[in-house]
Design a protein around this ligand. Structure first.
Ligand code: DX5
Ligand code: ZN
Length: 215
């Protein structure tokens, strides 16, 4: 089995102490840092933007895995690239399908990895044709917008279809309601990267929590 990449979501961290909370997961074995960007339009919540990513860039060497839950992602991609994002994932539902390949290209030509994400109601068949162009496909297992929601098992089933059609090196990430039990379901189906917010940050033993996602 390939190595599982754990990407703690700082949405569950203390926003007044982001550097401290990033170090906490970094020292506990996190592979990436997941940054949830929300605009109050694509999702009913507002979080952080490119200036925060820019400030976080010097505090960690870990990969900054930026999840854009915003309308018109094409308008903001350059800001996130300049801010130092290593991976930029945008939503299939947030952009006209005709522009998806161009945006993937625009991200990759700047040596940033490109991800595409699908919400719970989007069928995997809609995005299969983009898989060869992508570095990562993110399957949401909750409605995007908030941390701490319940894992939707039927969304995880989509991983199987994606895995079947994915090139060998495509990273399949899941996000929403991931804990040591739901992680197992997802990795068995073929997920290779797990985002977890509450499960990691609310744990008394963060190192053990991260380890439990890898096994
Ligand atoms: C939800 C975000 C997630 C969220 C996950 O819209 O994309 O990354 O932080 O939080 P948990 O792991 O608590 O469900
Ligand atoms: Zn996320």
């Amino acid at each position: 089995m390939s190595k599982i990449i754990v990407s703690p979501s700082i949405l569950s961290a203390d926003f007044a102490n982001l550097e401290r909370d990033i170090k906490k997961v970094e020292n506990a074995g996190a592979d990436w840092i997941h940054v949830d960007v929300m605009d109050g339009h694509f999702v009913p919540n507002i979080t952080i933007g490119a200036p925060v990513v820019k400030s976080l860039r010097p505090v960690t060497d870990l990969i900054l895995d930026v999840h854009l839950m915003i309308e018109n992602p094409e308008k903001y991609i350059d800001d996130f690239i300049k801010a130092g994002a290593d991976i930029i994932t945008f939503h299939y539902e947030a952009i006209t399908p005709d522009n998806i390949s161009d945006l993937i290209y625009k991200i990759k030509e700047k040596d940033v990895k490109a991800g595409l994400s699908i919400k719970p109601k989007t069928s995997p068949e809609d995005i299969l044709k983009y898989l060869p162009e992508l570095d990562m496909l993110l399957v949401m297992t909750v409605e995007p917008g908030f941390g701490g929601q319940k894992f939707m098992q039927d969304c995880a089933e989509k991983i199987k279809t994606i895995k079947k059609h994915a090139p060998e090196n495509l990273i399949i990430q899941v996000d929403g309601g991931i804990n040591n039990e739901t992680a197992k379901i997802c990795t068995q189906y073929g997920a290779t990267s797990l985002v977890a917010g509450n499960y990691i940050y609310k744990s008394d033993d963060i190192k053990q929590a991260i380890l439990s996602l890898k096994n």
